[in-house]
Design a protein around this ligand. Structure first.
Ligand SMILES: NC(=O)c1ccc[n+]([C@@H]2O[C@H](COP(=O)([O-])OP(=O)(O)OC[C@H]3O[C@@H](n4cnc5c(N)ncnc54)[C@H](O)[C@@H]3O)[C@@H](O)[C@H]2O)c1
Length: 431
């Protein structure tokens, strides 16, 4: 075993994290809970100040967990120079899509520049941001070389995708971690380091394989969600309840995994990640037809939802224009307050554009945040009886759906929550 791998496995060391968001902060707090020293770096001073005061802005990290990390010596800084004390640099910066839905590599590029300035001998540098295969080699090998270090001699480079699932009870250290280095030695060193953080590390032969693993996982989800979204539209013209069919198919003990339809895909991962692969594959002249088709189906789901809403209103003798419609849920998935890329938002904005009077009620997304989107946000205990229609866009648990159906003439349920709750009412219509 490489001596540095042995040190990571047997000695105490200092974890450096670059980017303290949904991914980086849980990682930092997990490392602290495993008894390691932690230095977390973020470019935003206000985030750093909040963290150092014991206040977490990430739902999956509670304030007591954060305070425990601080008491254990974890430190948060906006000064990248502090990272030179760290033995690892785990990079968890954003990797969004830019204009024309092309990967925006500027954050990874900036983090690589930080690495070039602060890296010191013995450090392991890993990228956790989701990205196209080849990124770790393209950005981080030059970064350590710029720092005057030699790969596998006095610096080690790897990729390890983050699989954190906001709102999921599974803790970061319980989720198996895939790790692939840019060389055999780097893989060995990175695997040894991650073994101190998580219970189960799965090594792959290269950083590229690790990068593609993440993209496979999320492409698989995007494609299957698109498939069921298409089938939901087909089922509707046959007057068949798609949820009943999925539940029936799910009784098969093999060969079927249940996916459920909805108003589209959202969040920071499923709508974006496959595009990294498609973009890079296009550059290399390889077609990604499944990805393109899935994107096409999912991106048009809000239009389909608005079409169904229009039809339901029409059947009740009402026009969409000037109808009062309240959206239940603005987050991209249930029980979290994250509205990034949320298809619920797309539906609400489309309804507004077509002249409906739109309100939104979300038990997780703060009302001032909804107001910043220009939406009329209702308080959680609002009486809905003055509204023509309620549309369930995000199926948060903490909502009295039965009461909603009693207060509003028409309910359109895009998430199948009424069926799951066993609530039967004539005025509830499923996607
Ligand atoms: N959120 C998820 O559920 C999730 C799951 C798996 C993978 N990912 C991936 O993980 C990566 C990070 O996502 P996130 O959700 O944590 O993003 P985020 O926006 O919540 O956090 C990123 C943090 O990085 C900081 N930052 C930006 N540039 C920086 C720089 N140059 N140096 C230091 N800090 C910098 C930002 O201020 C922010 O606090 C992305 O690639 C994302 O695709 C996210």
């Amino acid at each position: 075993m490489h001596p540095r791998a042995v040190e990571f496995e047997t000695q105490d060391w200092t974890v450096g994290v670059i980017g303290l968001g949904y991914v980086g902060l849980p990682l930092a707090v997990t490392a602290a809970s495993r008894g390691l020293k932690v230095i977390g770096f973020d470019v935003l001073q206000e985030k750093v100040d909040l963290l150092n005061s014991g206040s977490s802005y990430v739902e999956d990290v509670t304030d007591p967990e954060l305070r425990e990390a601080l008491d254990g010596g974890a430190r948060f800084t906006a000064d990248e120079a502090d990272l030179s004390e760290a033995d690892t640099l785990f990079i968890a910066v954003p990797s969004p899509l830019g204009r024309n839905r092309q990967p925006d590599m500027s954050f990874i590029e900036a983090a690589a520049e930080t690495v070039a300035r602060v890296a010191r001998p013995g450090q392991l540098v890993t990228l956790e941001s989701t990205t196209y295969p080849g990124t770790t080699e393209d950005y981080l090998i030059p970064a350590i070389e710029k720092a005057g270090l030699t790969l596998d001699v006095d610096a080690f480079v790897a990729f390890s995708p983050e699989r954190v699932d906001p709102g999921n009870e599974l803790h970061t250290h319980q989720i198996p971690k895939v790790v692939g280095g840019v060389s055999e030695v780097s893989t060995e060193v990175a695997v040894a380091a991650y073994r101190r953080l998580v219970e189960n590390v799965h090594a792959v032969s290269s950083a590229r394989a690790a990068e593609l693993t993440k993209l496979l996982e999320n492409t698989y989800r995007a494609v299957n969600i698109a498939m069921i979204n298409e089938l939901a539209q087909v089922a509707n013209v046959f007057d068949i309840d798609i949820w009943e069919v999925v539940d029936a198919a799910a009784t098969k003990p093999f060969g079927f995994q249940a996916f459920y339809p909805g108003p589209g895909v959202g969040g920071h991962c499923i709508p974006l990640d496959p595009q990294f692969l498609a973009w890079r594959a296009r550059e290399l002249r390889v077609a990604t037809r499944f990805i393109d088709l899935a994107e096409d189906v999912n991106i048009h789901m809000p239009d389909y939802v608005v079409g169904r809403i229009t039809e339901l209103l029409n059947n009740a003798g009402k026009a969409l224009k000037a109808s009062r419609i309240v959206g239940l849920g603005a987050a991209y998935k249930k029980n979290i307050g994250d509205d990034r890329e949320s298809p619920s938002m797309d539906v609400l904005k489309l309804l507004e554009r077509r002249g409906a009077e739109v309100g939104v009620l979300d038990v997780h997304v703060p009302t001032d945040r909804l107001a910043r989107h220009g939406l009329h946000a209702l308080e959680n205990d609002a009486d809905l009886s003055g509204w023509d229609m309620a549309v369930v866009l995000t199926d948060h648990d903490d909502v009295d759906y039965e009461a909603v159906a009693q207060q509003v003439d028409i309910v359109f349920d895009t998430r199948g929550i009424y069926r799951r709750r066993g609530i039967v009412a004539d005025n509830v219509h499923a996607l």
